[in-house]
Design a protein. Structure first.
Length: 400
């Protein structure tokens, strides 16, 4: 399988020459990077088809990890084929794309599902004008002042790391660097460098609210993307020599696992009560906010979290060309309570990453169900299952 894994890596890098967003990370042999001679998409597609034929001839292994590896290469290669078709101009529907790229079926929720939550929030923020404006006026009171952002974020990172290392053994010397950037369609990003090192970028275009400190610290760092990539490198690349994990194609099933574990990792690091206590005692004061308001704020955020899938519905209609960009932004304003600037930023995300949005919410729910089904209510077992998932090549369709 090693020779097939090398072909997979080389073909992934070749696709990256046509799609600048495709290769999210690569730390394999430098000589495998494509030279100046760029293969055509047709040629890449032909070679990926041959790779799939060879993978299809492999027999099922009784070794679970080896079998997971075979399934991983097979499904990742199939997603590569779908991405090549898209790069050549084929348009897939939102749901077709989600299945082809991320190995997942996305539930459809009616507007009435979100309206029930909005009605509850409307009662909490009575008054005139759109609910999104009333909610945003409230939330702006919990924005982190820019001059305190790095201090607050660094404090949150240290807390998330401390809580993660109590349960997971991380590679020696792991570390990451934080940068603050502007002009992006996302709020935060982890660029894995290899060698257990990451570059984490935080977008400061829009206000960053106090809840995002822990969210970003966990999601991008501990026990999220940074830990996931470092454990894959240690467990699969270094310990087993599985070279395919030196490359991460963004538009692939691996992303649902990556984003799902990163978002669920927030809940792993902090229970609701633990987070409320930590925020009130540490982060609110660090941000210059009133700790007495922490409980109410997180009660509101718990309600707003129930609107998470509204972004999927807006993306589905937009990608399916049922609505235009302005209508998609308006839908996000109404059903996801995003102020106009943030809603427009999200539509730019749809333009760039399309159905990728499912990986955050659906991915989190799938990972949570997988881990908690196996661990029950035992916190120690929950961390053990979570750690095993972070260190394995399991696919979204395997989270059953």
């Amino acid at each position: 399988m090693d020779s097939l894994a090398e072909q997979y890596v080389r073909l992934t890098l070749a696709v990256g020459q046509h799609d600048p967003d495709y290769v999210d990370a690569y730390y394999g042999p430098a000589e495998w990077k494509p030279g100046d001679n760029k293969m055509s998409l047709d040629e890449i597609g032909s070679q990926v088809n041959e790779l799939q034929r060879q993978l299809g001839r492999l027999t099922t292994s009784s070794d679970e990890m080896v079998e997971l590896r075979r399934q991983y290469l097979t499904r990742q290669s199939a997603a590569m084929t779908a991405r090549i078709r898209m790069l050549k101009g084929e348009r897939l529907s939102f749901d077709e794309e989600a299945r082809a790229l991320y190995d997942a079926n996305v539930p459809t929720l009616p507007e009435s599902h979100f309206q029930e939550v909005l009605d509850q929030l409307d009662k909490r923020f009575p008054g005139e004008g759109p609910l999104v404006d009333r909610y945003e006026a409230y939330r702006l009171g919990f924005a982190i002042p820019k001059e305190r952002l790095d201090r607050v974020f660094t404090t949150a990172i240290n807390a998330c790391r401390d809580r993660t290392t109590r349960h997971l053994k991380l590679p020696a010397g792991e570390s990451f660097t934080v940068e603050y950037v502007t002009g992006k369609s996302w709020s935060g990003y982890n660029w894995y460098q290899g060698g257990s090192r990451s570059l984490i970028q935080v977008n400061t275009d829009l206000p960053i609210y106090i809840d995002r400190a822990v969210d970003l610290a966990c999601h991008e760092g501990y026990p999220g993307h940074h830990v996931y990539n470092a454990l894959l490198e240690q467990s699969l690349v270094k310990d087993r020599g599985w070279i395919e994990f030196t490359v991460y194609p963004l538009f692939s099933p691996q992303s649902l696992i990556a984003e799902g574990t990163a978002n669920y990792g927030i809940e792993m690091a902090f229970s609701d009560q633990e987070r409320l206590q930590y925020e009130g005692q540490v982060l609110f004061p660090a941000a210059g906010l009133d700790p007495a308001k922490a409980r109410e704020y997180y009660e509101v955020q718990a309600l707003v979290e129930k609107l998470a899938y509204a972004g999927n519905e807006a993306a589905r209609r937009y990608i399916n060309k049922e609505i235009d960009a302005s209508q998609a932004a308006a839908m996000l304003e109404k059903y996801a309570l995003m102020p106009r600037a943030r809603a427009e930023q999200r539509v730019r995300f749809f333009d760039q990453y399309r159905s990728y949005v499912i990986n955050y919410n659906l991915g989190k729910d799938m990972v949570r169900n997988y881990v908690e089904k196996r661990a029950g209510g035992d916190a120690g077992k929950r961390w053990a299952e979570f750690g095993r998932l972070l260190s394995s090549p399991r696919l979204p369709s395997g989270l059953q």
